[in-house]
Design a protein around this ligand. Structure first.
Ligand code: SF4
Ligand code: SF4
Length: 140
């Protein structure tokens, strides 16, 4: 969005948000950085490549013909076509420093190594279970 386009706009964003108005929920969706990326496999001319450093999918702007095969192939709805250029829109992690993470006012999204993120999740689960056990003990 801002990083690539120098303007804000949902139509050109590489991150997407589902809004569930009745519940007041906004749910962000991001590229899963698939190891065997269906979008790359689907491209008939090899315009998409893995960034070996970040794992992101990189678009060869000069090669892309806007056929939308990558859009159809992405199981998570994270590929789109640019409304003006007609070329593929896929998150490239802003080169390894995602602007969306820096701009998120509530810290709802993070950019971190998968192993560290999984460990942090496990730690949170253990801490929650510990707290629940303490609370249950206090009630008795
Ligand atoms: S839109 Fe571009 S990147 Fe996507 S499959 Fe077609 S040529 Fe490849
Ligand atoms: S755009 Fe879709 S298919 Fe491609 S790496 Fe991201 S989540 Fe996977």
């Amino acid at each position: 969005m801002l990083y690539h386009e120098r303007r804000f706009g949902t139509a050109t964003a590489r991150i997407h948000v589902s809004k569930v108005e009745p519940l007041g929920i906004d749910c962000p969706h991001v590229c899963r950085l698939c190891w065997r990326a269906p979008c790359i496999a689907a491209c008939p001319i090899g315009a998409l490549q893995k960034d070996e450093r970040t794992g992101a999918v990189l678009l060869g702007v000069e090669e892309c013909i806007g056929c939308s095969a990558c859009v159809d192939a992405c199981p998570f709805g994270m590929a789109a076509l640019h409304p003006e250029s007609g070329l593929a829109l896929i998150c490239d992690l802003c080169g390894g420093d995602p602007a969306c993470v820096k701009r998120c006012a509530t810290g709802a999204i993070a950019y971190e190594e998968t192993g560290a993120a999984a460990q942090a999740k496990r730690d949170r689960l253990v801490a929650r279970a510990h707290q629940e056990a303490l609370n249950a003990g206090g009630e008795g």
